[in-house]
Design a protein around this ligand. Structure first.
Ligand code: DX5
Ligand code: ZN
Length: 218
């Protein structure tokens, strides 16, 4: 069966020990590290930016998967690439010129992603499919960890899977992913699962079990 990529969100980590948390979760079986960047403008919360990402870059060789919840994003893309992000994802709702933003990300040598809020129809990506390496479908309204999975997005996963056809584009799910909800989106076509609270609950001794529970569910 298909391998599901597990991308723990450090939003649920202990920020006072962020470097150790990244190392621990990678040791516990994480495939990618998901970095939730929030600006207090596009979303009602503020997290961290390029200097913090740069400070943890040397803790692992795993892919740094950067989810930008900032508006505008274009002026900061270079700084996130420079900080060591491998994938940079912008929100369609925060992108006046989405095609330009995606081109800019690839020009920086990174993989390009677009994220859609739960209420945003998949039609917004119809004309940028050839510029995309990843589509991030939000299963919560972005801003906070620990929210409940919004089940109506499962149908959107199916539709996006059909839209991308044979293109090598990841479908990533973010928000409320647990061992119970993971199989719903994996069966619909998602291949990358972000999880914050479901990975970081219980402290470092629990991380490996938490990750394998997500993987076996998916
Ligand atoms: C929400 C973030 C998510 C969040 C997921 O705005 O994009 O990555 O941290 O947290 P859980 O897995 O707890 O829903
Ligand atoms: Zn995220």
């Amino acid at each position: 069966s298909r391998k599901t990529t597990i991308a723990p969100s450090v939003l649920s980590a202990d920020f006072s020990r962020l470097g150790e948390e990244v190392a621990d979760v990678c040791q516990a079986g994480a495939d990618w590290i998901h970095l939730d960047v929030m600006d207090g403008h596009f979303v009602p919360n503020i997290t961290f930016g390029p200097p913090v990402i740069k400070s943890i870059r040397n803790r692992t060789d795993k892919i740094f998967d950067c989810h930008l919840m900032i508006e505008p994003a274009d002026p900061f893309l270079g700084a996130f690439a420079e900080a060591g992000c491998d994938i940079i994802t912008v929100h369609s709702e925060a992108s006046t010129h989405l095609d330009r933003s995606l081109q800019a990300i690839r020009d920086l040598g990174c993989k390009a992603g677009v994220s859609l809020n739960p209420s945003t129809p998949e039609s917004v990506i119809a004309y940028v499919l050839d510029r995309l390496d990843l589509i991030l479908l939000m299963t919560v309204n972005p801003g906070f960890g620990g929210q409940a999975f919004i089940p109506s997005v499962v149908e959107k996963v199916r539709r996006v899977k059909a839209m991308i056809g044979s293109r090598p584009i990841h479908i990533e799910i973010d928000g409320g992913v647990t061992p119970e909800t993971a199989p719903l989106v994996a069966r619909a076509g998602a291949d990358v699962l972000v999880a914050g609270s479901a990975v970081f609950k219980g402290g470092r001794e629990a991380y490996a079990g938490n990750i394998s529970a997500l993987r076996s569910g998916a």
